[in-house]
Design a protein. Sequence first.
Length: 317
Amino acid sequence: MTFEPFEAFSDLDDLAEKLRDADPGVRRVAVMDLADTAEPGAVALIGSALHDVVPEVRLQAAIALGEFDGRDCAQMLVVGLVDADHRVARAAADSLAELKDPAAADPIFPLIAHAAPAVRAGALRGIKELRRPDALPLALRALDDADPQVRVEALGVVGYLKVEETLPALIAASRDAHAEVRRTAVGALGFSRSAHAAEALIRALSDSDWSVREAAAEILGKGRFARAVAPLMAAFEDPEWQVQVKIMRSLGQLKAAEAVPLIGRSLEAEISNLRKEAAAALGEIAVPACRPYLEGFVDDPDPDVRKNVRWALGRIE
């Protein structure tokens, strides 16, 4: 038995007919089949399903449009973004975030001023990766939004554009009352190598929320902020092991030889992730002082720790 290609047994006209079927299950499957065709002509048909009376059909349409791109697709997704069913609206926001064509931002921009916070947040999420310079003023205004999720998504737009002039706004957001906003702002600061960015990141090492401290510790290493070595060492005994992991990783990236004794002691930690990260950090620093700490753990019970210990010893001359 042989099988014909998809188009041979179910073309767009057939699927368009199924979208008018009385059974919502048939309509929903038709939307999925339209997405599978990957045909440009399927976009308008899927978009029409965003007006279906059954939420599950609209939900499938919002998901399916994530497989396509372009301004027309964005125009249809903004319909889903304001859907009364929160599942549909969320799926539309997810699909908007998949758009890559910068022209797709045009129909999304007006929704940044929508009355509903979820719509404003979804619109900002949709334009983030499009990197449109004209989105910057809209995103900066949204940093003053009353809703924290809107502020989070606005920071995503600002962070993606990586404009040094936005640094004061990002630093201000790193002091926001909402922890997720602060954490996102800390991540967005990673593009800058300025002293002001370094100061804000170092201050965030003392944040009341561990996820903010974790983000700050990670960015300080990725940004190769040499002045961060002493503050990272001072924060080494953070009560959350996840933060300790990022601190060790950053000290390794910064080649902080003065931190070897601190890191070496973590090879005795009960949490294997801490031991594994300690070995990796010592391998990055790779000075002779690392060897005595590593040699006692070549037979660590955790295979990942053993692997990192042997790798680190191999890097020390």
